[in-house]
Design a protein. Structure first.
Ligand code: ATP
Length: 231
């Protein structure tokens, strides 16, 4: 991340961290980041493409090269002055664990507070990630709704967090009992688009126009990784 962005992040308190495989980036990601930034008043959203996503290492999913996914995120976010892309996971060898990334970004961005942005589907699966109980002590969490949506934070709360966070009566906000961090449900416009669906369309030779930013469409269409099985 450029140093001016570090400086800007320091001057403002809340910085969004949007981690993902972005395999490939699509309009659902961009709209989620935009709406969280608007709704929580974030100074900046830092997209962090995973170089080697731990949960997608088994070869079951067609995975584009890390450098391609990174460049697509750069191209897709370039026109938004509030968006930046972090190479935090690019140079690191081995699986890209979020817990390591959040520790690193906390050091880099202090005194800004981090808000980790994720979909309700990912939040519900948090126990599959490394050190799940540590994650909401390192950053606030913005849990965005994703089709089919519905439910409250309690419905998606991963078991490992049940004892350490307290969900309020509205079901929209939870507080960590000791870390001073919060977890917020952030309702956003429903964009029923996923990277899985885009990879399926590419495999079948169908259009992905308007599902991905136009500036990235051709490079994504040409990516060899999406041409055969599996998706
Ligand atoms: P895949 O279909 O390959 O699992 P994905 O579309 O879920 O991919 P990821 O890069 O894995 O994309 O997602 C990064 C983050 O963005 C996750 O927290 C995910 O929940 C969230 N996200 C992805 N698509 C949407 C969407 N359409 N609406 C809201 N959140 C989304």
């Amino acid at each position: 991340m450029a140093s001016y962005a570090n400086e800007r992040a320091r001057l403002n308190r809340l910085v969004g961290i949007f981690g993902g495989t972005f395999n490939p980036i699509h309009v659902g990601h961009l709209r989620a980041a935009e709406e969280v930034a608007e709704s929580l008043g974030l100074a900046q959203v830092l997209f962090v493409p995973a170089a080697d996503p731990p949960l997608k290492r088994d070869g079951e999913v067609a995975l584009a090269p890390a450098s391609d996914r990174y460049h697509w995120v750069e191209a897709a976010t370039a026109s938004n002055p509030c968006f930046e892309v972090s190479a935090a996971e690019q140079g690191r060898s081995g699986p890209s664990y979020l817990v390591d990334t959040l520790r690193l970004l906390r050091e880099e961005l202090t005194p800004a507070e981090l808000v980790f942005i994720l979909g309700q589907d990912a939040f519900a699966q948090l126990d599959a990630w490394r050190a799940p109980e540590a994650l909401p002590t390192l950053a606030h969490f913005a849990v965005v709704t994703r089709p089919p949506g519905g439910g409250s934070l309690s419905d998606w709360l991963p078991p490992s967090l049940a004892a350490s966070v307290e969900v309020d009566a509205s079901g929209q906000l939870a507080r960590h009992r000791t870390a001073g961090t919060w977890i917020r449900r952030v309702p956003i416009s429903a964009f029923d688009v996923s990277a899985t669906d885009i990879r399926l369309r590419l495999r079948d030779g169908r259009s992905i126009r308007y599902l991905v930013p136009e500036v990235t469409r051709e490079p994504i269409e040409k990516c060899d990784a999406y041409k055969g099985q599996p998706t």
